[in-house]
Ligand binder design. Structure first.
Ligand code: SF4
Length: 329
């Protein structure tokens, strides 16, 4: 039994992972030193919005596992697993669904927004599964009796719901088995998309973690720069330039010099973009090397997930024994 505090977090396998995910994963890798971490590829959550498009889900799961391992999630210290392989998540979700009022789920701020957003794209996600996904998230966390959940600001209402679910369960069944997990707010600066909009798969404005130098350069060349710069010696405004924003993430050492050269009109956008692409390549090189190693060893991925599933299932089964006992079922 671990004496470390417990973290549970997950990601939906809905497509390629990109630079916007890198700082989240690097944060996860740091947290492994202090916490026992359950990191789950939450495929059931992917179904809440992609229920009619499952053709690529297995490959997305495999790619996500490779990305996590390539970035430094260590299977010797953390349990990496696929959510649907640990059925206790579903059992706890079902049991919670008996005691949680529908109105609690309807008032989750993202619920109506997302129904509207998908509706404007012609897709109806007003399903039972979508309404219940914050409750499934609560089960994902509480099935490990996790005390900490690393989240971005937008996920805080979901953790608040998880805390309410834990309180209601404990109160209703006169027990204290459910902890009230705390949100660990990650201080992660958002990287814009290559077109300066929010980075999003639907805009295709991202650089994937599996990009080689040619793909990186292609994406960097598409980036929006200062539109006032027509000629190389026109003075530029780096603060409104996407390329410069990326230099801030991947080229801290040269950032000041680039800003000064841009303002003075002594560096051209083409050269500036090349320098950025080189820096991104340097950052991605160890990730790509590890990815190549893993791609050549598919059984290793299967073994890592199987071991993570075994460990996660053992911990989850212990919780379910306590839950059934508390509920007298
Ligand atoms: Fe942007 Fe660099 Fe061009 Fe300045 S020189 S506008 S920072 S790409």
């Amino acid at each position: 039994m671990t004496t470390k505090k417990i973290i549970m977090s997950g990601m939906r396998p809905t497509g390629q992972m990109h630079l916007g995910h890198l700082s989240v994963l690097e944060n996860w890798a740091r947290l492994q030193k202090e916490y026992h971490c359950y990191y789950s590829i939450v495929d059931w959550h992917a179904l809440t919005t992609s229920f009619d498009d499952t053709e690529e889900i297995r490959e997305n799961i495999r790619q996500m596992a490779i990305d996590w391992l390539s970035v430094g999630i260590d299977p010797d210290v953390s349990d990496i697993f696929v959510q649907s392989a640990v059925k206790e998540h579903a059992e706890l979700h079902l049991l919670f669904s008996m005691i949680i009022p529908v109105s609690w789920l309807e008032r989750v701020p993202t619920y109506k927004d997302q129904i509207r957003q998908f509706g404007s794209q012609g897709k109806d996600i007003s399903t039972y599964g979508f309404l219940g996904y914050p409750l499934l998230q609560a089960a994902d966390v509480l099935v490990y009796r996790a005390d900490t959940v690393p989240v971005g600001e937008d996920q805080v209402p979901h953790i608040e719901l998880t805390r309410e679910v834990a309180r209601r369960f404990n109160h209703m069944f006169r027990t204290d088995i459910m902890p009230e997990p705390k949100a660990l707010l990650a201080k992660i600066k958002m990287l814009p998309g290559t077109d300066n909009r929010k980075m999003s798969k639907s805009y295709n404005n991202y650089i994937s973690l599996s990009s080689g130098p040619a793909q990186v350069l292609e994406k960097v060349q598409q980036m929006i720069t200062d539109p006032a710069r027509i000629k190389k010696n026109d003075p530029g405004h780096p603060d409104i330039c996407t390329v410069y924003a990326y230099h801030g993430f991947y080229n801290q050492e040269e950032k000041e010099e680039i800003a000064a050269s841009c303002k003075a009109g002594t560096v051209g956008c083409f050269a500036c973009k090349r320098r950025l692409a080189e820096r991104i390549d340097q950052r991605l090189a160890p990730i790509l090397a590890k990815r190549a190693e893993l791609e050549n060893n598919p059984n290793l991925i299967k073994d890592i997930l199987a071991q993570g599933e075994k460990n996660a299932a053992a911990a989850a089964a212990e919780t379910l024994v306590l839950v059934r006992e508390a509920m007298r079922i």
